[in-house]
Ligand binder design. Structure first.
Ligand code: AMP
Length: 460
């Protein structure tokens, strides 16, 4: 097994890693570190949880060691490395990691992100920092205010580039890159590689080494389970799973901010301590909720994709896709919150009939079918069971077309998965509270998942 020392890292860095309990490099670290120490550009295909932060941060720090100094003069501490991340949470996390890795070397780091008063960041910038972690928008604010200079930057890292693209940061990124000296080392990481990301890589990186770790594959340590369920019964099923399986530290993804708030409220009403984080919450609220979740004082954190980006909680055991993401790549990101750095995790997806087409996209992306497990009492066809939050029934309106709703009376079979009979558990499968129901046979399920897509997209 390779050691960090064999990768050529300096003793002061090794000491910090030792104190953090890092025993050996992860595969991405073993590949990226030697190459980056030589000063070559890197294009890394790696999802979160693979240890990619240390993969780019450690060689970056080592290459700055000749500049490390204890002078109080700001001029001796120009920004030499710039790390851009899509979200504040990820920026904070990356900078925290850098603080830990630089514990024994006199290099300064700082994180700047939007949503907080810019004036609090200025005094620290003025004292000088070598390593700056930033979200693109706030970095440009500082550039505009002339509160930082990028003329000495010799290393650029773009972390989670695909997410920066999704969040509309491409113009900002290009503006920032144009401000940097041409002579520099570049490292770009992305979990997925759509066309625009490849173009960005072509324009920023110079003959990069492509290093790939489990691209588009979900971490092997994550058990993935799909529960088909009628959409009106999702809240009830979630509450049931949490209570009956005594799940703790559950990160739940919803598709909308409204749904996020509503679900957290409903869970609280059901006696499950939950909080919500999404883009409309202030940074303070988000940090508070995240800290409470990490500390275990809240059991469930309901989040939208943007807010949850980059959350790193050691050994987060459960991720629930309450709403399936419409973009299959988000599924990979979401479930990357669990099973991190070798810890075991479980990703649970609640899939309604209308979402089966997204499931198909996900399966195509990750290259493996996901086996549906029907939870007894939540059979997908059982729409007449009272919902978690009961609402008065209403007559269907024309605006309902294309939306899911409980059929008023039994209908002819439209999608065999959702009309599938209840699959009882086998005796001796263990405690009902902990064992999921028996999966539906794969062959049958694969055929079933195809049917809604065919129905919606004829003659594809
Ligand atoms: P990342 O993918 O960079 O977000 O890292 C995921 C988690 O793995 C973080 O909590 C890191 O501190 C941890 N980690 C990264 N590299 C190692 C390593 N070589 N040994 C143990 N833990 C690590």
């Amino acid at each position: 097994m390779t050691t960090f020392a064999e990768l050529g890292l300096a003793p002061d860095i090794l000491r910090a890693l030792d104190e953090m309990g890092y025993v050996s490099p992860t595969p991405i670290q073993a590949q990226v570190i030697p190459r980056a120490l030589q000063g070559g550009d890197i294009l890394g295909a790696a999802q979160t949880g693979t240890g990619k932060t240390a993969a780019f941060a450690l060689p970056l720090i080592q290459r700055l060691l000749p500049f490390a100094n204890t002078s109080t003069s700001p001029a001796k501490h120009p920004i030499r490395a710039l790390i851009l991340t899509p979200t504040r949470e990820l920026a904070i996390q990356v900078e925290e990691a850098i603080q830990a890795y630089t514990k024994h070397v006199p290099l300064r780091s700082l994180v700047v992100y939007g949503g907080v008063n810019i004036n609090t960041q200025i005094p620290i910038l003025k004292t000088g920092v070598e390593i700056l972690v930033a979200t693109p928008g706030r970095l440009l604010d500082h550039v505009q205010n002339k509160t930082l200079m990028l003329t000495q930057v010799n290393t650029l890292v773009l972390d989670e580039a695909d997410r920066m693209l999704d969040m509309g940061f491409m113009p900002d990124l290009r503006r920032i890159v144009a401000l940097l000296p041409a002579q520099r080392v570049n490292m770009m990481f992305s979990a997925t590689f759509p066309e625009e990301i490849r173009k960005l890589a072509d324009s920023i990186l110079s003959t990069p080494t492509f290093i790939e770790v489990a691209r588009n594959e979900t971490a092997v340590t994550v058990t993935q389970v799909v529960h088909p369920v009628h959409h009106e019964r999702k809240r009830q099923l979630l509450a049931h799973l949490i209570k009956s399986r005594d799940l703790r530290q559950v990160l739940v993804f919803t598709g909308t901010k409204l749904g996020c708030n509503r679900l957290a409220n409903e869970l609280n009403k059901a006696g499950i301590h939950a909080d919500a984080i999404h883009g409309d919450k202030t940074q303070q609220e988000r940090i508070k909720a995240l800290d409470a979740f990490k500390a275990g004082t809240i059991r469930v954190l309901v989040a939208t994709d943007v807010a949850a980006r980059g959350i790193d909680i050691e050994a987060l055991p459960f991720v629930v896709n309450y709403d399936l993401p419409h973009n299959a790549e988000d599924y990979v990101h979401r479930i990357g919150r669990t099973g991190r750095a070798g810890a075991k995790g479980e990703a649970i997806s609640l899939v309604s009939e209308a979402e089966t087409r997204y499931l198909k996209d996900i399966e195509r992306l990750i290259g493996t079918p996901l086996e549906p497990v029907i939870v007894p009492g939540f059979e997908p066809g059982a729409a007449d069971v009272p919902a978690f939050e009961s609402r008065p029934a209403r007559a269907p309106r024309s605006s309902d077309r294309g939306r899911e709703r409980a059929p008023a009376k039994p209908q002819p079979s439209r999608d065999a998965l959702f009309d599938a009979p209840y699959v009882p558990r086998e005796p001796g499968q263990g405690d009902a509270a902990h064992a999921p129901a028996r999966p539906a046979p794969t062959k049958q399920v694969a055929a079933l998942f195809r049917s809604p897509v065919k129905r919606n997209v004829p003659d594809q």
